[in-house]
Ligand binder design. Structure first.
Ligand code: URA
Length: 202
């Protein structure tokens, strides 16, 4: 059953409250010490497309907004290339707190934070999940029952995989993480081309 805008807002607020108090996380002390925030997610709760990144960086943890640093600028550019902006989509991460020194999230961290992401997917009920980078790709493919189709991101990027969520079918489109395109023009070109795949779902 599709939730109303108000119900979605309330459920996201609950998640935010739980994350603020998420002392079970090994990242909690680091967050408090640095006066960081958990990054819940941002955008349109009624969106058809949900983007899922990896974990917040410093800018994100300081502002509580996903993808607001250099990778975020590139994400905005990619969205603009298909006439979208942040208000049209929902953007979040698998891990909601910043791992120290921008290291990769651990398996333990992914497993701890993933239930929040699962709930967010149930709230938004996206038609398309676009994963950004291999961590969210791996998690979503396995979570939505497509482990047997999982390969390296270099084989999967820009392709479409149909899965069954509790609320209906959802297309997973793995994309490279925008950070890989920051310093490499050909990666940027690939990402731009892969974004074109999203157009038919608008
Ligand atoms: N990288 C991510 O994966 N997520 C963010 O929110 C920012 C950078």
């Amino acid at each position: 059953m599709e939730l109303s805008k108000e119900e979605k807002f309330e459920k996201m607020k609950e998640i935010r409250g739980e994350l603020l108090d998420f002392k079970e996380s090994p990242l909690y002390q680091y967050r408090v010490k640095n006066k960081y925030f958990p990054v819940v997610g941002e955008g349109n709760h009624m969106a058809r497309i949900m983007f899922i990144g990896e974990a917040p960086g410093k800018n994100e943890a300081e502002t509580a907004r996903p993808f607001c640093g250099r990778s975020g600028k590139l994400l905005d550019e990619m969205l603009a290339s298909i006439n979208l902006n942040r208000k049209d989509v929902y953007v979040t991460n698998v891990v909601k707190d910043r791992p120290p020194d921008n290291r990769d999230p651990t398996v333990e961290e992914i497993n701890l934070y993933a239930p929040f992401l699962d709930r967010q997917i149930e709230i938004i009920q996206p038609k398309v999940i676009a994963t950004l980078g291999r961590f969210s790709m791996d998690y979503i493919m396995i979570r939505l029952g497509l482990a047997s189709q999982l390969q390296s991101i270099s084989n999967m990027h820009g392709k479409e995989f149909v899965a069954q969520a509790s609320y209906g079918s959802v297309t997973i489109i793995p994309l490279y993480h925008p950070a890989v395109a920051l310093y490499n023009g050909s990666n940027k070109e690939t990402l731009l081309q892969d974004f074109q795949t999203l157009k038919k779902y608008l």
